[in-house]
Design a protein around this ligand. Structure first.
Ligand code: PEP
Length: 249
């Protein structure tokens, strides 16, 4: 059985005090959940303090990025070992905002994914098409290419530890959501692509949906056979909204 995972991507929001407050509020509402698995991804600066707050709860800590080298002269960057010391177990990689604003290519994402896995972190690998690409019926070509490139050189044992997040770029932070049927179609395509590359292990890979998921649309999306959770941006910044999404699994 594959794990159902609801993850909150806090992006560049929350000072340390605010992050601790939100983490405490989340522990009150979803801190004991075994199912679905709940992961929160605060900014780097708050990881350590939030990690301490989460200690003893079932909520897991995630990061939003890492640099693909173990250490060295990379000013401003963060290594896997640094993340591990704060209690991080998941790391979001290849988010569309990183691809768009920081020119992250599939090759860069692939290097990050490999180092994350080699360091014992579970990557949440983001893929998704832009509006123009969907309109030009290029969704499968684009998403298939991102899957192949971001997961290059991995084996079945490694893919078993990864999570994929399908996030249509046109749905992120826009209030526009893919319908459950539209999302399911792409999720099934992704699973088929993983199956062709890695074999039966693809059946156990969690594929999250992301893009304006909120309490009002979560149940419909999460009831689709190939949608195994959500990567939540805006709605993860409010404990009550996030808890409602967790509850709708
Ligand atoms: C995201 O950034 O991963 C995301 C899905 O954001 P939002 O939920 O705000 O669309």
């Amino acid at each position: 059985m594959r794990a159902m995972i609801i993850a909150g991507n806090w992006k560049m929001n929350k000072t340390n005090a605010e992050a601790v407050e939100l983490a405490r509020a989340l522990i009150d509402v979803v801190g004991n959940r075994e199912h679905p698995r709940v992961v929160i991804c605060p900014p780097f600066t708050a990881l350590s303090e939030v990690g301490k707050v989460l200690d003893g709860s079932r909520i897991l800590l995630g990061a939003q990025n890492l640099y693909p080298a173990p250490s060295g002269a990379y000013t401003g960057e963060i290594s896997p070992a640094m993340l591990l010391t704060t209690g991080v177990t998941y790391v979001i990689l290849g988010h569309s905002e990183r691809r768009e604003y920081f020119a992250e290519t599939d090759a860069i994402v692939n290097a990050k994914v490999k180092l994350a896995l080699g360091s014992g972190l579970r990557p949440i690998v983001c893929v998704g098409e832009k509006l123009k690409e969907r309109e030009a019926e290029q969704t499968e070509r684009v998403v298939g290419g991102q899957i192949d490139g971001s997961l290059a050189d991995l084996g079945p044992d490694e893919i078993a530890k990864a999570v994929i997040a399908y996030e249509p770029v046109w749905a992120i932070g826009t209030g526009k959501t893919a319908t459950p049927e539209m999302a399911q179609e792409v999720h099934a395509f992704i699973r088929g692509r993983l199956m062709a590359r890695f074999g039966g292990v693809a059946d156990s890979v969690t594929i999250q949906y992301g893009g304006s998921m909120k309490p009002e649309n979560a149940a419909g999306l999460l009831s689709q056979p190939d949608i195994d959770g959500g990567l939540i941006g805006g709605a993860s910044l409010k404990a009550d909204k996030f808890a409602k999404i967790v509850d709708s699994v």
